[in-house]
Design a protein around this ligand. Structure first.
Ligand code: ZN
Length: 152
């Protein structure tokens, strides 16, 4: 009786390993895909940044600060930068976004305080509610290459 039970269990364990390993592998790959390209931190979709580099390769980041450091480290102008509208969760081009530096930290590790909004009124509301400032000119993230101006 005891022996028969063991015979039954061995193929079941084998089957679980055969099915379970690929599932585990896929899950682990997905976990690493979702991590920030700079520090590996899990990406909160509300603060995500997407950069397409000159070769067309995409990298995703947990916050504006990580993306800015990554660009600085690479020393090359990305092809495109997308940021997330904190109100709707939709992607928008960094060049069209409204950025607000406020007292609210989006990421405890990097200390990022810059927030992204598609609508100017959302940005103004966040600025007035959180002692923030709407960033303009060279204070805007990615502004130094956003228009692909030739270097002076
Ligand atoms: Zn990061």
């Amino acid at each position: 009786m005891n022996l028969q039970r063991r015979r039954w269990i061995v193929p079941v364990i084998g089957l679980l390993v055969v099915i379970g390993l690929p599932v585990l592998g896929t899950w682990l790959r997905r976990q690493s895909e979702e991590g920030c390209a700079l520090d590996g931190v899990r990406i909160d979709p509300v603060f995500a940044v997407r950069i397409i580099d000159v070769r067309g390769v995409e990298a995703r980041f947990c916050c504006l600060q990580c993306a800015a450091w990554w660009v600085q480290r690479r020393g090359e102008t990305p092809r495109q930068v997308f940021v997330t509208d904190e109100t709707s969760g939709r992607w928008l081009e960094a060049a069209t976004a409204n950025f607000v530096r406020s007292g609210v930290i989006t990421n405890a590790t990097t200390g990022n305080r810059v927030h992204t909004f598609q609508s100017r009124s959302d940005a103004e509301r966040h600025a007035s509610e959180s002692r923030g400032t709407i960033l303009t000119g060279s204070a805007r993230p990615f502004e130094n290459f956003a228009h692909n101006d030739p270097p002076n």
